[in-house]
Ligand binder design. Sequence first.
Ligand SMILES: [Zn+2]
Length: 475
Amino acid sequence: MRLAPLLLSVALAAGLGLATAPAPAAGQSAQAETRIPQHSFATADRLREQALASELGYRITESLTTEVGPRMAGSEADSRAVEWAIAKFHELGYDKVWTEPVTFPKWVRHSESGEVVGEHAQPLTLTALGGSPGGTVEGEIVRFDDLEALEAAPAGSLAGRIAFVDYEMERARDGAGYGPGGTLRSRGPSAAIRAGADGFLMRSAGTDLHRNPHTGNTRFDEGLEPIPAAALSLPDAQQLTRLLALGKPIRVRLALDVGWDGEYTSQNVIGEITGASKPEEKVMIVAHLDSWDLGTGAVDDGAGIGITMAAGKLIGDLEQRPARSIRVVAFANEEQGLWGGRAYADRYAGEVTDHLIAAESDFGAGRIYALSSGAPDHAQGAVRQIAEALAPLGIEYAGSAGGPGPDLIPFAGKGLMWARLAQDGTDYFDLHHTPDDTLDKIDPAALAQNVAAYAVFAYLAAQAEGDFGSAPKDD
Ligand SMILES: [Zn+2]
């Protein structure tokens, strides 16, 4: 998961549970209540038990992270990931499989290093932020506690220097700490430029204490000349702070061979299980196919791909298909700006109503603990019914808390209704965007619980009599 710079505030409200959607207006017209027909629940119970007993989600994640490995948008592995997803949907027996192009600027990472120079010379473990320009800079470090402190630095005060923001991100089940951590990563470099800095360093937006830097996208405000920007591993940020505490000027050299390299066209890969009676209407469950390059993208977002592909497959294997179709989307280039999600929203802007409701799995592989949706009053009863079917999985109804997953934000802006299956993200930011994001971190039992939840959610939503509130709106 990442936060699209321009959509940051939306994403905060959305993915991170910091705010709730506006309550449906009281006294709205007496629209018929959406209900899930009672006969659907026996099938849902069976789906749930089948999913819990199945390793399929884990095996799909294993296949992607092993056979393709890291798959940064625009890299050689991007196209192999697309081919992998097409083949996997076919192998799983999806009725329809197709791709839709997604074009974006390509950012590449060749090499990166950093070191303290002078009396206390020593190497630093760091990684360039996505979108950073390349270059080698050396300068005295000026430390700030947080983004606000850096933003308060007078213009020109950092001339010839490197800004270092040592903000400590908090651990939280719902990932709330990533709000300020992600904001620093996205806005810090521009603030450093305004104060005149030649380079930008931050303590990684993460919660581990291993020597793994966390990459992630940044952006530069228009009209500013970009500067090399990187994140230090947490132990290295602590080390730099201790060096500064010696009371002498500390100089760092930062050498990044990274940058923009033309345009690239990837694909959103889509698999669909055809509905029995209203096939043109669909419930969408999604994840993103790309990852950062440092790990193998297991928790971000190989897990989401495994969960959603497996859930769709289990529904496809039912003797009696649900009324509506189940559409599984593996989005291109989420990490560098929701490019796949934006392309989808543009393409289907005229078909919002056919997309009954959608949920994204992009918060790791931890257990799901809550179901919520921004659905209006007349559909909240149906959301509650689904939550009741999920209760044996330890999942509770959470009203309209949260918002759409990142790839769904652009389409939600055009009126798509979202649901959120909130995962326990307590440990997510130990791994997120690091070299340590690998398959061994995934608990297969927790992953199966996710598959069960997505299968039950998608099946029951696809059986609903009535809608969940998807309707065109101007974004
Ligand atoms: Zn992700």
